[in-house]
Ligand binder design. Structure first.
Ligand SMILES: Nc1ncnc2c1ncn2[C@@H]1O[C@H](COP(=O)(O)OP(=O)(O)OP(=O)(O)O)[C@@H](O)[C@H]1O
Length: 303
């Protein structure tokens, strides 16, 4: 299952990190269970799923911030990780320059700092106050901080939060160019359930477990999509359509397509509908690399 990913050059690379059947238990509750995916050099993996579905938890398990209570996490020896968390605990009442932000967690040669800010397109903001940055500039500063130490794996938890549509496209372009320039692997958490970065190699849809996975459709090339979002957006964003055949109820139980209700669903539960049905988008996804036993109805998204 965790076969090495194929890079753009078609070479099978050893994973930088791989999770196998990972579960995280807190206060007697499984936050996630049965999670498996891997990220290789040059590969972009995007985690999607409703709020609370375990995206951040899974990413933290991948980089070792959280220890798996079951299953296995393997990281390449000496792996360097650049991590941009969803939330930062910064005291906004104190002045903080971009320069200081870059070195908060440790010293950094000036040359590496400038080069990272240059790559992120904000070299001119070195002495700007972080409080005065726009949402997009702030995300760029965080990304510069993460790439400055030349990581093998870049983990970005909702990097386009608080950024408008054109800013979102620009940030995804930046992520793409970082990947192309450095060849690092990227684990991306998307705040959107359907729209992912077009360069994504694998989308993993989570809901406490892996619901389904696949490649984003090449809808970005379809004339309708280009008309709707514009050609620039279409080069950067793709719609990931997926059809689920069970629904997560608000009380945590699961209603299956045949009407039965169970306490949980697990990856080996049984029925799985996938591919053709979708939520109004004119495409299905045929490229699933993995058979999943069940799927989620549209209504489940916000469970
Ligand atoms: N340290 C913790 N202790 C107990 N529960 C936790 C802890 N961390 C996260 N949770 C819970 O685990 C679940 C998954 O949280 P997580 O942050 O991984 O979800 P997410 O998919 O990233 O959500 P969002 O889209 O809202 O950021 C949530 O119900 C959350 O409340």
């Amino acid at each position: 299952m965790l076969s090495p990913a194929k890079t753009a050059a078609g070479i099978r690379a050893e994973p930088l990190v791989s999770l196998e059947n990972v579960g995280i238990l807190r206060n007697g509750r499984w936050l996630v269970r049965g999670v498996d995916f891997s990220v290789s050099r040059g590969e972009i993996v995007t985690l999607i799923g409703p709020n609370g579905s375990g995206k951040s938890t899974s990413a933290k398990a991948a980089i070792g911030v959280l220890k798996a209570d079951e299953g296995r996490v393997e990281r390449k020896a000496g792996l360097k990780v650049g991590y941009v968390p969803q939330k930062l605990s910064i005291d906004w009442t104190l002045p903080l320059s971009v320069r200081r932000l870059m070195t908060l967690t440790g010293p950094l040669p000036e040359r590496d700092m400038l080069s990272a800010l240059e790559s992120a397109g904000i070299a001119h903001m070195l002495d700007a106050e972080v409080q005065h940055l726009s949402g997009g500039e702030f995300q760029r500063a965080l990304m510069a901080r993460a790439i400055a130490r030349k990581p093998d794996l870049l983990v970005l938890d909702e990097p386009v939060q608080g950024v408008d549509f054109s800013g979102e496209i620009a940030l995804y372009d930046l992520i793409k160019s970082i990947r192309n320039a450095t060849g690092c692997g990227i684990l991306l958490i998307s705040h959107d359930l359907h729209v992912v970065m077009a360069e994504t190699d694998t989308v993993i849809c989570l809901n406490g477990h892996v619901c389904c996975r696949g490649t984003p459709e090449a809808v970005s090339r379809s004339p309708e999509y280009v008309q709707l979002f514009g050609s620039r957006a279409a080069q950067t964003l793709a719609v990931y359509s997926h059809h689920h055949d069970h629904t997560h109820l608000p009380d945590g139980r699961v209603q299956h397509a045949d009407g039965t209700v169970t306490d949980h669903c697990h990856p080996d539960d049984g029925h799985h509908a996938h591919g053709d049905g979708h939520d109004g988008h004119e495409h299905g996804h045929d490229h699933t690399d993995h058979a999943h036993p069940h799927a989620h109805a549209a209504g489940e998204r916000h469970a």
